[in-house]
Design a protein around this ligand. Structure first.
Ligand SMILES: [Zn+2]
Length: 131
């Protein structure tokens, strides 16, 4: 029976206590530990090793829980920040769109004015020719 590394998920030999790939220590689940504890004729040094691993893994789990709690707090803060400024951001975006539209109409009126002036110049030339 092989075991999977909790760090890199590699399958390892049952008799190895460290991951062959990343060197991470083998993780024993609570049921595995209890099962092995029931085998009293087992080698006592093996039992000691298991207890140490169990304690260490408990510590790792505790640390991970703390980290997880911290990250969740940070995420909640970020969500609050987003909720606060989301509305403002949407406002700014619509302002930018309005300004872009205005710029387009200004350009359009410039082109229109150019053609009007051109037309006026041309008609004046025509008028001058007629006289
Ligand atoms: Zn590994």
């Amino acid at each position: 029976m092989s075991w999977n590394c909790i760090n890199c998920e590699a399958a390892n030999d049952y008799h190895h206590n460290r991951c062959d790939v990343c060197g991470y220590e083998r993780y024993f689940s609570v049921s595995e530990v209890n099962m092995l504890l029931q085998k009293k004729d087992e080698d006592p040094s093996e039992l000691k090793k298991l207890k140490t691993t169990y304690k260490r893994n408990n510590t790792i789990t505790k640390k991970l829980r703390e980290e997880n709690r911290e990250i969740q707090t940070q995420m909640a803060d970020l969500q609050k920040f987003k909720d606060t400024f989301d509305h403002e951001l949407t406002n700014k975006q619509s302002q930018i769109i309005r300004l872009k539209n205005k710029g387009f109409y200004y350009k359009l009126s410039l082109v229109g004015a150019f053609f009007v002036i051109l037309f006026l110049i041309l008609t004046q030339v025509n008028i001058e020719i007629q006289f």
